[in-house]
Write a protein that binds this ligand. Structure first.
Ligand code: GLN
Length: 490
């Protein structure tokens, strides 16, 4: 049997039935990663020894009957902006090239409690700023579907290693689309939960009011099980919410009869690739055939989401990243005269171009004299965007649209034109501004054979609506794996 072709839940079941050992599963993931990493490069750090050690420990707990959850013993990967105690956490930045956290993020602790075996840390855009994983200080990740294309970003590593079947699932983070967009580019499924659902404690902050950790896996059921394991109220995160309900799996039913689905007309205008449009529309009609009530409507304000997001996210980033100064941890310039020069040189040498651009933009919009004109205005726009969604959700259970205007671009294509890259976030960022949950799942492929993602957006705390619709839609399709996931096994 080929262990790595299993979904996370299938693997968990086989581990429970003693058909697979936990160490055996960890070794399978490590072997496969070793075989593919020279091509895919989805990992920044692989932790073979640590993985085997925790696999042995978890096997014992399973044998004793202390660990019984559906994901117990399943190997997985964690995005490199999520702190893992004793395991290098770089944010794919030179400035954290040697940072070994003395603690783990609450999300990691929750997964460990569920029996996760962490194989390694995945590559990302530096500090999660970007849409292609090309701004990493440690080299690019390639799209398993086509090595000349990007995997998307910023959680490109987390999505690529699931698509290439180096692991069956991973954790990513989403500030403006970073779970959904690379999931869509890599042909896997990812969920951005309602803001406040997953603790941000130990997630290295980019835009704190927007950041959420979430699952990436091969299908909706896996993502749902991961979400159940990772979500928790945490008093260490002041924006954590104690939810009434942490049961998501009860939504895994193949039934959308009577579900009201709104399609924003503004999502299908200029700039949307024809193949993407056709695949997303086809998905909508499948849901309609299954009994959903599908209707077009005007969401409005879509055009303001990008400017508002880039002002707010950069403002928060400029403040969050002030802590990386060469004093406490991370990179320090080797030569300097005096404290100021030490700061200046450490930060100039430690941060990459995209991060510097955001820090400068963020500092500018927060500076006195411009604060009202840019930052406050962006906050007001954010409030209006939330209102527009509230209005939509008074009428519809979920909103359906594309994840991104195109499929994965070629490597190098986006780097020369940051504005163009920012525009690619048009369908994902409003969701973060409004704190909503959303899922991305495969719905087809374009003429080049690259995956296309379908995005379903729900109202706050209504993950179960998008999970139900996504699960229903998924029943009409086979899971598609890239050639690389088939080839390397022979
Ligand atoms: N592409 C967006 C940005 O660069 C979103 C990134 C993210 O969600 N972390 O800010």
């Amino acid at each position: 049997m080929d262990i790595m072709s299993l979904t996370a839940l299938e693997m968990g079941r086989k581990i429970k039935n003693k058909e697979i050992g936990v160490v055996e599963a960890a070794k399978a993931a490590l072997d496969r990663s070793e075989a593919l990493e020279s091509i895919v490069h989805g990992f920044v750090t692989l932790d073979g020894e640590g993985a085997i050690r925790s696999a042995q420990r978890i096997q014992k707990l399973i044998d004793e009957g202390t660990l019984t959850g559906p994901l117990a013993g399943v190997p997985m990967a964690v995005k490199d902006n999520i702190c893992t105690k004793g395991l290098l956490t770089t944010c794919s930045s030179k400035i954290l090239y040697n940072f070994v956290p003395p603690y783990s993020a609450q999300a990691v602790l929750n997964m460990e409690k569920a029996g996760a075996v962490i194989i390694g840390k995945t590559n990302m855009d530096e500090f999660a700023m970007g849409s292609t994983t090309e701004t990493s200080a440690y080299g690019v990740t390639r799209n398993p579907w086509n090595m000349d294309h990007v995997p998307g970003g910023s959680s490109g590593g987390s999505c690529a290693v699931v698509a290439s079947e180096e692991v069956s699932y991973s954790l990513g983070s989403d500030t403006g689309g970073s779970i959904r967009q690379p999931s869509s580019f890599c042909g896997v499924t990812g969920i951005k939960p309602t803001y406040g659902t997953v603790s941000r404690y130990g997630l290295i902050a980019y835009g704190s009011s927007l950041d959420q950790i979430g699952p990436v896996a091969k299908n909706v059921s896996d993502c749902t099980a991961i979400l159940e394991a990772v979500a928790s109220f945490d008093k260490k995160d002041s924006t954590s919410v104690l939810r009434e309900n942490y049961d998501f799996s009860s939504a895994l039913v193949d039934d959308v009869k009577g579900m009201k689905i709104g399609i924003p007309r503004d999502y299908f205008g200029q700039g949307l690739d024809e193949d993407v449009k056709a695949a997303v529309m086809a998905a909508a009609s499948i849901l309609e055939q299954k009994g959903a009530i599908v209707e077009e409507f005007d969401l409005s304000l879509t055009e303001y989401a990008i400017p508002a997001y880039y002002v707010i996210a950069s403002a928060e980033a400029s403040s969050n990243l002030a802590r990386f100064d060469g004093v406490k941890y991370g990179y320090r310039a080797p030569e300097f005269e005096g404290l100021h020069e030490m700061y200046k040189k450490s930060r100039s040498q430690g941060f990459g171009a995209e991060v510097k651009r955001r820090i400068m933009l963020g500092s500018f919009v927060l500076s006195s004299g411009y604060y009202d004109a840019y930052y406050l205005k962006a906050l007001r726009t954010k409030a209006l965007i939330k209102e527009a969604f509230d209005k939509a959700f008074a009428k519809y259970d979920i909103i359906l649209g594309p994840v991104a205007p195109s499929t994965a671009p070629r490597l190098g294509e986006s780097l020369t034109d940051p504005i163009k890259m920012y525009l690619g976030d048009i369908y994902t960022i409003a969701v973060n501004l409004a704190g909503l949950p959303a899922i991305s799942l495969p719905c087809g492929r374009d003429k080049k054979g690259l995956p296309i993602g379908l995005q379903l957006i729900g109202d706050c705390f209504k993950e179960n609506n998008i999970i139900r619709a996504a699960y229903s839609f998924e029943q009409t399709r086979e899971y598609e794996r890239p050639e690389i996931a088939k080839e390397e096994r022979r």
